[in-house]
Design a protein around this ligand. Structure first.
Ligand code: FES
Length: 175
């Protein structure tokens, strides 16, 4: 069903917080503190569908004023497409920990990192969300986006190492 499908080209990112759920995210909403988002697409009749039936579609969106993104190394089990980052500043990732599935907030000591409250997994948001500490086996995948009419628009689905683009049903092997 479309609500469980992975994000697709042309989807827009909308707020996930209950108070604004479904409202399109604007660049001005963003900072280095993550904003929770869902991808929203269309069903076959052209109606909007928030793709919240798949927990891995829960997204974290960041805006780092200074940029500073770097592609992760070959052995990092992470992927970062620099052309899927808006203005070298705005990046989106899946926000479900690859260890046991918790949502992962910013590290209180360094907003460019994420710190999982469940078992202290750590990720680097400037380097493809590669794992920098704790038990997670892999990066949280990036969702490449672009800016169009002041909206954040998906350009292709989740990109992962070593599996490439992640499609429906691929999450099992990604663990
Ligand atoms: Fe995140 Fe275990 S669920 S470290």
């Amino acid at each position: 069903t479309p609500d469980k499908a992975p994000p697709q080209e042309g989807d827009i990112l909308v707020h996930a917080d209950a108070s604004k759920e479904g409202q399109p995210i604007k660049i001005s909403d963003l900072s280095e503190n993550l904003v929770a988002a869902w991808p929203m697409g269309k069903d076959k009749d052209g109606n909007n569908v928030i793709r919240k039936g798949e927990p891995n579609n829960q997204l974290a969106v960041f805006r780092f004023e200074q940029g500073g993104f770097e592609e992760p190394g070959k052995d990092d089990h992470a992927e970062l497409k620099l052309d899927g980052i808006i203005n070298g500043q705005v990046v989106a990732y899946s926000n479900k920990c690859t260890h046991a599935g918790c949502a992962v907030p910013n590290d209180p000591n360094d907003a460019t990192k994420l710190f999982c409250p469940c078992h202290s997994g750590q990720y680097d948001a400037l380097r493809g969300c590669k794992v920098t500490g704790g038990p997670p086996p892999r990066a949280m995948p990036q969702l490449p986006i672009k800016l169009e009419n002041d909206q954040l628009v998906v350009t292709e689905t989740f990109v992962t190492a070593p599996y490439g683009f992640l499609t429906e049903g691929d999450w099992e092997q990604y663990r």
